[in-house]
Design a protein around this ligand. Sequence first.
Ligand code: ZN
Length: 148
Amino acid sequence: MGDLTKNFSRHEFACHDGTPWPTEEEEALQRIAKTCQIIRDEWALLSSDPRVTVVSAFRPSWYKRQDLKPTSQHAERSELKDTPPCAVDLQPVDITCASSAAFYSMIRRLMDEGKIPKGGLGRYPGSFTHVDDRVFWGYRAAKWGARV
Ligand SMILES: [Zn+2]
């Protein structure tokens, strides 16, 4: 059981170096965790294994090359970026090229149906799908990697 939603916990959204999601951005964390739960619940209807892994979420400015990418939706709010972190990279536990394509299409449909906030959606075939709610913060939606 998760401590944010039914299946997702706070530690899953921390940076890989252990830095937790910023406490001052709790609202954004609650929103993205809710989105993850809606995605997982929908995936459970399509897949025999409903489990979804958070591959990566928060990345502080000092993590890897995020300092060179101030507009990354994973990065913390700074003077160069007026949105809080609002992104997750998600991957079904049962990951294949086919399941990653189905997973991406399902999330795209959830955005189109207004069941999760619109934002960024990026597919990395056979791997994770990037999801963010940048539209909530006044940015245009962006999609990439849709072709199989
Ligand atoms: Zn991402």
